[in-house]
Every structure is written in structure tokens, then in C-alpha cells.
Design a protein around this ligand. Structure first.
Ligand code: PMP
Length: 429
């Protein structure tokens, strides 16, 4: 290891998705307030990607901090296999109330486990009800998390390569990603649906996708009508539909949930990230009553034998309830966010380096010319230049995107785009 590579790195911490031999050391930060991160050295940065898409309203959102503080004095944790508590009951009632036909909620700890739980529910249900259904279908470019089941569902590549022999087989359909001015979309969608039809000839337990937007796969957006066609075909074939809304949930897509915006009715929905407004790690999986009932009966093997120590942590539940209430009180936080981004992205899209611009709710993305792929060094260069401008972003290779907290004000949003403009002007391309 070279001096350069190790300098600035902590002697005991091991960071996720970072390579000490390649990138710059993580930045010491001391405080977060609204969209702002205050660094140990006194600098201030706009958190342009909501800290890996979790910080929903803004850092330190007072009503959520207060709800957590209040709950901590009442009940901080209790074993959920034997007890239930008010914050969990309230959250389940309020969240299930947002969905037609999803009346059950199962807790876990993060996005990956929310997906794992959804898959295990679907699989165990089929083992009992329709054991011939042995296939799971996911999409090219998908990312569903880093635990083994979630990893198996995701696109295979750099991240999953060392584990390949341990991952179960998944059938895969194309993901017809689109952008402003895309002229080949009809053809891409037709091909994707044709492949899906072929795959669905095999008895299928579940079809899983990230509704409207693949996040880690490159902020790849699809049309609502495409998802409707997928849902209709999956259901017609008797497969369960799992919507991974870990990223798109809670207003990110411009609707409370991307499935609502797309007009689809999944059987299982995985949620995390914005669930607690980014204050605490928690995941939930929603399921239909019909699915739940197939797990109910005197036979022990009907039980869903899955659980985590921190299941339904009351602090997380209190944060989630407070965040939902805030979204209910001020729906314009998410309903108006796309219109607020649009003029800025339209202007940026005129830049000679911007290709494939696209926008969904509070998520704006574009690509830089050249090769795509997570390891493209241009992403690190863009990140470095943006930091100089006081903007923290984390491009996915050559895909640059903004996803600031919903509480961002107009001036701060304009500042994000002005910084990006400066970065693009400075790029040696
Ligand atoms: N699903 C999607 C769509 C995600 O974007 C992510 C995280 N980026 C996950 C699942 C996994 O969530 P977590 O990192 O909380 O395990």
C-alpha cells in the first residue's frame, strides 16, 4: 500500500464500497442540518444524494429528532416475537392504509433484508400453494442489496463476482431504460416484454423489480406503461409481483410510492431508506392478507421462520410515523419536487457533455460521454470537482445524479445545479 493511498484513512474503520488503494479517504464530518453537512475542518457541503438516498427531509429534521427522543424515554426496544407496541401498531396501520390490498407488514433492518423477506415470503408461499413454481424473474441492471439472496436477484458483475458459486439462479428480462428524447423506447420495451413472455412460460414464483427507477444500476428509468405491462403479464401467469421500493418509496418518485405513480398493484413491497427519514436503520415488507393467511395454521412448518434482533425497534417506528405525518401534512414536499428540478435539468441538458438526461420526482440524472460502468474514473473526478464547489455527490461511474433531501429550498437546489454546471465546464473531456 502506498503512502498516498493510506494517508487520511482511519486505523480501525473499514468503509463500505470504498477502496483505500484507489480513492480519497472518507471525510470527517461533525454535523448535519437540513441539506447541509458540516465538516470537521469547518467547510459546509450540500448533501446532493441524501447520504445514500436515506435522508428524506433533511439532516436533523426537528420533528423526527423529537419523536425519537420522546420514544427513547418510553421504550427503546423489546422482543417483537412476544410483544407488540404502539409505535409498531401505528406505523403498520398508517402504512398499510396507503396501499390497496397490502394489509400486513413485516419488519427487518435495512433494504437488503426487506427484499430478502419479500423473496422468502413469496418462495415459502409458493412451496406450499404451488410448488411447481421454481423460477424467480428479475431484470438486467437490477440492484436489490448485498446479502446473498438480494445479491442473487441483482445484476451479476463486479460486486457479486467472488460469490457467484453461492448465488441461486435467477431468470432475467431486459430493463428498457429511457431518457429525454429517446427514440428507441418502443422497440426496447417490445423486446423486453417479449423476453418476459418467454420467461413466464416457465412456472414462476415471483417477478421482482425496482418500480420506475433502478438506482444503483445507474438511475435507469422506465415508463409507467412498461411497468403496467410487466405487472399484468406476471399476474396473468400467476406469479407474485414484488416491488422493491427501498429507494423509490416515501415521495422520491414524486408520488408517495412509485408503484402508485406507475399504477401497479404489487403483492409484496419492500421499503427502507426514507422509511425513518434516514434517522435509523429499518426495513419493512408489506404483503397481502391472502399471502399472510397462507402462513397461518396449526402446522409449525407454516410459520415464517425469519426475524432480527431489532425487529420493529420502537425508535425506528417512532421516526417512521413522524416522517409519514410530515409527508401527510406537507405533500408538496414530494408532489412539487419534479417541477422544481425540471427547469434546472433542462438548462443543464444543453451542456455539450450531458447525454441521456432524465428526471423522476426528486431524482435527476444524466450521463457523461464515453464508456459506462461503475469503475469509470470520470465519476471520481466529477465527485472531486463537485466537492470543491461545496456539493457532495457520488456518481455511478459516468452516471451523474442529484437526489437531495426533499426539504431542499429553491436557492439550495439552484446552487446544486450551478455547481454541476461549473464541474462540467471544468471536466477535461
Ligand atoms: N434495494 C434497492 C432498490 C436499493 O437501492 C438498495 C440500496 N441502495 C437496497 C435494496 C439495499 O438496501 P440496504 O443498503 O439498506 O441494504
Amino acid at each position: 500500500m502506498t503512502e498516498m493511498a493510506t494517508s487520511g484513512w482511519h486505523p480501525h474503520l473499514w468503509h463500505p464500497f470504498t477502496q483505500p488503494g484507489r480513492g480519497p479517504a472518507p471525510i470527517p464530518v461533525r454535523r448535519g442540518q437540513g441539506v447541509w453537512l458540516e465538516l470537521d475542518d469547518g467547510r459546509r457541503l450540500i448533501d446532493g444524494i441524501s447520504s445514500w438516498w436515506v435522508t428524506l427531509h433533511g439532516h436533523g429534521e426537528p420533528c423526527i429528532a423529537e419523536a425519537i427522543g420522546h420514544q427513547a424515554k418510553e421504550l427503546e426496544q423489546v422482543i417483537f416475537a412476544n410483544f407488540r407496541h404502539g409505535p409498531a401498531s401505528t406505523l403498520s396501520t398508517r402504512l398499510c392504509g396507503k396501499w390497496d390490498g397490502l394489509d400486513r407488514m413485516f419488519f427487518s433492518d435495512n433494504g437488503s433484508t426487506a427484499v430478502e423477506v419479500g423473496l422468502k415470503m413469496a418462495w415459502q408461499h409458493c412451496q406450499r400453494e404451488a410448488p411447481e413454481r421454481q423460477q424467480v424473474i428479475a431484470f438486467d441492471g437490477a440492484y436489490h442489496g448485498d446479502t446473498f439472496g438480494a445479491m442473487a436477484l441483482g445484476e451479476r458483475g463486479l460486486f457479486s463476482a467472488p460469490f457467484e458459486p453461492l448465488l441461486f439462479a435467477v431468470a432475467r428480462a431486459p430493463w428498457p431504460a429511457t431518457w429525454w428524447g429517446d427514440e428507441s423506447i418502443e422497440q426496447k420495451e417490445a423486446q423486453a416484454l417479449q423476453r418476459l413472455d418467454e420467461l413466464l412460460q416457465t412456472p414462476t414464483a415471483a417477478v421482482i423489480f425496482e418500480p420506475l427507477l433502478q438506482g444503483a444500476g445507474g438511475m435507469a428509468m422506465v415508463r409507467e406503461t412498461f411497468l403496467q405491462a410487466v405487472e399484468q403479464r406476471a399476474h396473468a401467469a400467476g406469479a407474485l409481483v414484488i416491488a422493491d421500493e427501498v429507494l423509490t418509496g416515501f415521495g422520491r418518485s414524486g408520488s408517495l410510492f412509485a408503484s402508485h405513480r406507475a399504477g401497479i398493484a404489487p403483492d409484496i413491497v419492500s421499503l427502507s431508506k426514507g422509511l425513518t427519514a434516514g434517522f435509523l436503520p429499518m426495513g419493512v415488507t408489506l404483503a397481502s392478507e391472502r399471502l399472510y393467511q397462507s402462513f397461518v395454521g396449526p402446522e409449525p412448518d407454516r410459520t415464517f421462520f425469519h426475524g432480527h434482533s431489532f425487529t420493529a425497534n420502537p425508535l425506528g417506528c417512532a421516526a417512521a410515523v413522524a416522517s409519514l405525518e410530515l409527508l401527510e401534512r406537507e405533500p408538496q414536499r414530494y408532489t412539487s419536487i419534479e417541477a422544481r428540478h425540471r427547469p434546472h435539468l433542462e438548462r443543464l441538458a444543453e451542456h455539450r457533455l450531458v447525454t441521456k438526461p432524465r428526471l423522476l420526482g426528486g431524482i435527476a440524472a444524466f450521463e457523461l460521454p464515453g464508456d459506462s460502468g461503475y469503475l469509470q474514473p470520470i465519476g471520481l473526478e466529477v465527485q472531486r470537482l463537485a466537492l470543491e464547489q461545496g456539493l457532495f455527490i457520488r456518481p455511478l461511474g459516468s452516471v451523474v445524479y442529484l437526489m437531495p433531501p426533499l426539504g431542499i429550498n429553491d436557492g439550495e437546489l439552484a446552487q446544486c445545479y450551478a455547481s454541476l454546471q461549473t464541474v462540467l465546464d471544468a471536466l477535461p473531456l
